[in-house]
Design a protein around this ligand. Structure first.
Ligand SMILES: [Zn+2]
Length: 602
């Protein structure tokens, strides 16, 4: 105890020393070196002094900037940084905040929030204006210029939750020998949930809700359910789909506060035994005996086991995380409950992240593996609350997560090894590239509204796997878009654009690459074009062969580009950005893609 106090005093003393002093320093602001000689500023979050290791708050152009990571981590938020896209992702309560260095547009739960000045990279830290923290995020912010201190406090009454719309936060599962239970958990009461039971899937629609589950799939491995998929099905409906291994009977009930909705699946065929070693909480028994001394020492020794683990013979249960190289690279994780694992598939950056859902630092300590093979670039294990395994791959992989003998097996497979029908939807333009501009509208935004509506329909269809070239307002090169589709080995590429010409021109056209050997692109263009004309009633400008468009001539699969309408025509500009129109349009294009896949399979 005495030791603790003296350390604290020492820390306090050091801080006191460094504050007061007016020291000249240089700041590297987005690559430019600038002299800075103002007195240091103290940062308080929720009344606690935060030790800012690299960057204190600074005043630049009369604006106070604070280090985003230190501020939000002090509030218990998860803060992620993607160096490639210069993007900070903050998961705070039920909000996801995305900030991009030097971009004044931030996103809060997908909605744009303008910043008065964009975040800046200063000495390697992303610094953001306190005004954004107060106005966009509802924090109580005080700048005490006399005492050189910034005070940021979270609102006490939870008023950052703007509405009572339930945020669907999690799908928790448990498997027993005779039944499988999936519980959908939300931030506030859900109601009017609809359940549709089919032979191969159970669809659950939660009206008036926001999904925080986008892009997360929880694969489960038992006799009832193969996969759980979730999506924001419409603007206010969350859809959860359980892909079934066998036909089931479903019974449902709400928790007393209606924040949970339970589905209990039992077999329709009467058989009830689960495969052995597959219960949901098999790890609890032998944890304490396994974790004793010496275990961490052996960790590094056999972590890169080459081919030795390939057989997956049921008798071998490793005590540590092991990586197995090969065309289906594999991670084996001991003592992990797969139903708690959340996988984030950041395919555009070739990063798969497993959040193991609990602290496993005793059996899987922090480390970085560099396999140095053709499949995986690095594997980073880090425990911050929960243990996360971040896998940076050299190719685009999807995955299968299974469990046996009390260990989880995360097998990376190429998209084509898992999915029969893959479409890449390319939302045209974005970021600094607005596309065509007219009648107060920017093409990139219309493309986005259309493309994301189409995405939601495709994502909810368990027979189709959809990948997106962008899902935020970012600039991506044409080469990136085509290369992504080629690396995925997609079956179909659909690019979403809108047109511009003189103000009187209107109508829809669909472009395709005129291959001499493969007519499927042309046929799908015709399906899509005819569908839009019939459903949306726009003028038919026909399908058009184009050899000069990069995304059409550089993609290895049938590729089309839809120009739905003309932003340069006043009434059509309003029409193509209208929510009712986009809903019809998306259903039509989705239907044509479903038809198109039948044609592709021939
Ligand atoms: Zn365009």
């Amino acid at each position: 105890m005495r030791k603790k106090i003296s350390i604290m005093l020492l820390v306090g003393y050091l801080i006191c020393q460094s504050r007061g002093m007016l020291q000249a320093q240089t700041l590297n602001i987005d690559g430019q070196v600038v002299a800075y000689s103002q007195a240091p500023i103290e940062l308080y979050v929720n009344q606690k002094l935060i030790q800012t290791t690299v960057m204190d708050p600074v005043v630049i152009d009369n604006r106070v900037l604070v280090p985003s990571r230190e501020v939000f981590e002090a509030m218990g938020a998860k803060v992620g940084w993607d160096n490639a896209t210069k993007k900070v992702t903050i998961e705070y309560k039920n909000q996801t905040i995305i900030l991009i260095v030097n971009d004044p547009k931030a996103f809060i739960n997908g909605k744009v929030a303008e910043m008065d000045v964009p975040g800046k990279n200063i000495n390697g830290k992303v610094m953001i204006p306190i005004r954004f923290v107060s106005e966009a995020m509802g924090m109580n912010v005080k700048w005490d210029s006399a005492n050189r201190s910034v005070w940021i406090d979270e609102p006490v009454d939870g008023s950052t939750e703007v509405t009572q719309t339930p945020n669907v936060q999690n799908v928790v599962t448990s498997a027993k020998s005779t039944q499988f239970v999936a519980s959908i958990v939300a931030s506030s009461a859900m109601k009017d949930i609809q359940v549709f039971t089919q032979t191969d899937k159970v669809i659950i629609d939660i009206p008036n809700s926001k999904s925080l589950l986008n892009r997360t799939i929880a694969p489960v491995s038992n006799m009832y359910v193969a996969n759980i998929r979730t999506s924001q099905f419409t603007a206010d409906t969350t859809r959860v789909v359980l892909d079934l291994n066998t036909p089931v009977n479903v019974s449902t009930n709400y928790s007393s506060d209606c924040k949970s909705f339970h589905l209990t699946l039992t077999s329709k065929n009467g058989s009830s035994a689960l495969p052995e070693g597959d219960t949901s909480n098999g790890s609890s028994n032998n944890d304490s005996s396994n974790n004793g001394s010496g275990n961490t020492g052996s960790e590094s020794g056999d972590s890169n086991t080459g081919e030795s683990n390939n057989g997956t013979s049921s008798g071998t249960t490793s005590q540590t995380m092991t990586y197995t190289a090969g065309s289906k690279p594999k991670l084996t994780l001991p003592g992990i409950t797969t139903s708690k694992v959340k996988v984030t598939d950041d395919y555009r950056n070739k990063i798969l992240t497993l959040d193991l859902g609990a602290d496993y630092s005793k059996t899987i300590p922090n480390k970085v593996l560099k396999p140095n093979d053709a499949y995986v670039d690095s594997i980073t294990v880090e425990t911050k609350g929960t243990t996360k395994v971040k896998i940076v791959t050299n190719k685009i992989y999807t995955y299968n997560l299974t469990s046996s003998n009390n260990q989880a097996v995360f097998e990376m497979v190429r998209p084509k090894e898992k999915y029969r029908q893959i479409v890449v939807v390319d939302i045209g333009h974005g970021g600094s590239d607005s596309g065509a501009v007219g009648n107060g509208l920017r093409e990139k935004e219309i493309n986005f509204n259309q493309g994301m509506a189409l995405y939601r329909l495709l994502e909810a269809d368990s027979n189709i796997k959809v990948y997106m070239t962008r899902e935020t307002d970012v600039y991506e090169t044409l080469k990136f878009r085509a290369t992504l589709a080629n690396e995925i080995e997609a079956d179909l590429f659909v690019s979403i654009h809108n047109n511009s010409a003189s103000s009187t021109v209107t109508g829809t056209e669909t472009l395709y690459y005129p291959s001499t050997t493969d007519k499927r692109g042309e046929k799908i263009a015709k399906l899509v074009q005819d569908g839009i004309i019939k459903t949306c009633g726009t003028k038919d400008r026909g399908i058009k062969p184009r050899t000069d468009l990069f995304v059409l001539n550089s993609t290895n699969m049938p590729a089309i580009l839809i120009e739905t309408g003309f932003i340069s025509n006043a009434s059509e500009a309003q029409l193509i950005n209208n929510a009712v129109f986009i809903d019809k349009w998306a259903k039509s294009v989705y239907g044509s893609i479903v038809e198109g896949f039948k044609l592709l399979q021939r």
